[in-house]
Design a protein around this ligand. Structure first.
Ligand code: DX5
Ligand code: ZN
Length: 242
């Protein structure tokens, strides 16, 4: 199943992934329905432990609850100090992609290998100040690299263009690797990130602080298109939303 979900994530690209961080947690079922109707094809879940980052969000019960309300792939961003301690429960709860932070672990190769054994897609994330070199050999083992364009921990921060350099470099060295960017993505920065080689664009504020999810996602898709001229992909998305 995870393999099919990983393929669905690949097939969705280039895509806007709503981040379930600034949403209405009192109405998750309604939020998922609205986001799906607005054209979301993958959901990004921000798991924070109050230790790796100074913010606390949610764990397996929310992932499991979301899983019951949607067939969309669940892309789980683990901003936690001990990703392996929660990896299996997260996979059992319904996570399709598990992304760990390279800063959180001693041995990224070992972490990536153990996550792979769970049968989920595996992502490796790095904060703006963390050099690409810190990814080491693990980069060749993962399904996705998540380039943070803000320091992990909070929504609503300002986009850091250092992420664009990292995307360009990763795209050049790993042409087939799925590249995700997260933090400060709006209708302007999404074009820059697409032009730099991004595939998946995680968006919090620019969707959840907008009064219309369909309009927000359509505007972001237009931003992707303006960077690539990828008319076919956008048309396909618009047909899907019709
Ligand atoms: C931040 C999270 C992001 C966050 C993005 O640590 O990983 O997914 O929700 O929010 P915006 O789009 O507001 O920067
Ligand atoms: Zn995130």
């Amino acid at each position: 199943m995870a393999t099919a979900a990983l393929q669905a994530i690949r097939d969705s690209a280039p895509a806007v992934l709503p981040s379930l961080l600034l949403c209405d947690f009192g109405d998750l079922k309604g939020e998922v329905a609205e986001l799906t109707a607005a054209g979301a094809r993958v959901l990004h879940l921000d798991v924070m432990d109050g230790h790796f980052v100074p913010n606390l969000t949610y764990g397996m019960p929310i992932v499991e609850g979301l899983r019951r309300h949607t067939d969309l792939p669940l892309d789980v961003h683990l901003m936690i100090s001990d990703p392996l301690a929660y990896a299996k429960p997260m996979a059992d709860a319904g996570a399709d992609m598990l992304t760990f932070h390279v800063e959180a672990v001693h041995d990224p190769v070992e972490t990536a290998g153990k996550l792979k054994e769970l049968g989920v897609g595996v992502g490796i994330a790095l904060n703006p100040e963390t050099p690409l070199a810190s990814l080491g050999e693990a980069i060749s083992m993962v399904d996705m690299a998540l380039v943070m364009s803000v320091e992990a921990g909070f929504g609503g921060q300002e986009f850091n263009p250092i992420a664009l350099e990292k995307l360009r470099s990763l795209r050049q060295d790993h042409p087939d690797l799925l590249l995700e960017i997260d933090g400060g993505i709006d209708t302007d920065t999404i074009s820059l990130a697409r032009a730099a080689g991004g595939d998946l664009f995680v968006v919090g504020s620019a969707i959840f602080r907008h009064d219309s999810y369909p309009k927000a996602i359509a505007d972001l898709n237009a931003g992707i298109q303006s960077a690539t001229g990828d008319d076919f992909a956008l048309e396909r998305k618009q047909e899907d939303h019709a």
